[in-house]
Design a protein around this ligand. Sequence first.
Ligand code: ADP
Ligand code: MG
Length: 241
Amino acid sequence: MLIVKNLKKKYKDFLALKGISYEIKEGEIFGILGPNGAGKSTMIKILTCFHKPTSGTVTINDIPITNIKKIKPLIGWVPQEETFYPKLTVKENLEYFASLYEIPRKEFKQRSEEILRLLQIEHKTHSLAGSLSGGMKRRLSIAIALIHNPKIIYLDEPTAGVDPVSRRALWDIIRKIKQKGITILFCTHYLDEAELLCDRIAILRAGEIIAINTPSKLKKEYKTLEEAFIKLVEHENNKIS
Ligand code: ADP
Ligand code: MG
């Protein structure tokens, strides 16, 4: 459903994305695994129409992302940084973001209840967003990304900096979102969660995709995913130096 072709992004003289291409099938969890600075956030900002690519194309169900009006309702974005309002409650934040998509009041009530249940934060409905724990804040960010019923969501390192128990809870939530039929693009640098959650993984290094495969095939070739990651990244490093 999502097709990325030869995507490049230049910041002044620095080429952050060097022509990446991949396709994501409907309903799959597609992982982008890459060390810090690999270009994961740059790529997501292009997919969300936040940044313009220097060249290359992206389409969702054959609609080019340059058609922002048609693309926006299809996508949900959980950025690396929190984007909600800390002085609003969980419910007020959802109301605010729903209003940006002009969701009718009745539909909002039903959707927000369903999403709060899915994210297991009903008990925090009236808490101030700023007072939530790290894990709960991530859940609120995911709830906001789902409020307009997107077809695909982009998760940018959703478990970075949260404690191990909250990470596991987030994994369960991501699996439940997949069960709802929503396609997921998932950027991370944690190998364990990439292996557990992703149907396929692309390894991104310094703006280039150096491998795309299922976790089990990567493991078959390299014994563990960690080994695959280190070997592939090292191999590319050696080619450069
Ligand atoms: P990741 O999310 O994988 O950690 P980023 O996409 O944030 O990587 O960054 C990729 C590279 O592009 C890094 O070297 C970063 O310093 C650079 N970069 C990111 N945003 C900008 C920007 N706005 N201007 C200049 N360089 C940038
Ligand atoms: Mg990033």
